[in-house]
Design a protein around this ligand. Sequence first.
Ligand SMILES: [Zn+2]
Ligand SMILES: [Zn+2]
Length: 132
Amino acid sequence: MLLIKLPVFFSVSVKSMFNTLKNLLQPRRRTIAMATVDSVTADLTTCQICWETFDNPKSLPCLHAFCLKCLQACFHYWRPGYEVPCPTCRTKFKIPVDGLGGLQHNFIIQRLVDVRKAKELTITTEQQPGRS
Ligand SMILES: [Zn+2]
Ligand SMILES: [Zn+2]
């Protein structure tokens, strides 16, 4: 049994090793992975109301986040203490006593926004000599 199984195991592991090596040598794969990371970051830093990069991201109790200005525009007619639905999932939340500005500031999204902005700035600066 062992004698029969061993070559199979060997051929499989050699094949997978070869594939790993092939993947490592393919620069295209890396580019795809980078693009995916970028699109995920773009997703996480895009407000679902204005479809732009978050400006002062605030989290609702359902953990959806929106720009403060977008929430203020959405719930313009509602006063603190009123229950309003989340624009994405419709879960109700109470407007804080100090208004929508009193909602939890989303530091993680803010950080991602900062990183994205810094990255975009770097890319633009890098591309400038080539453009002109
Ligand atoms: Zn927004
Ligand atoms: Zn929600």
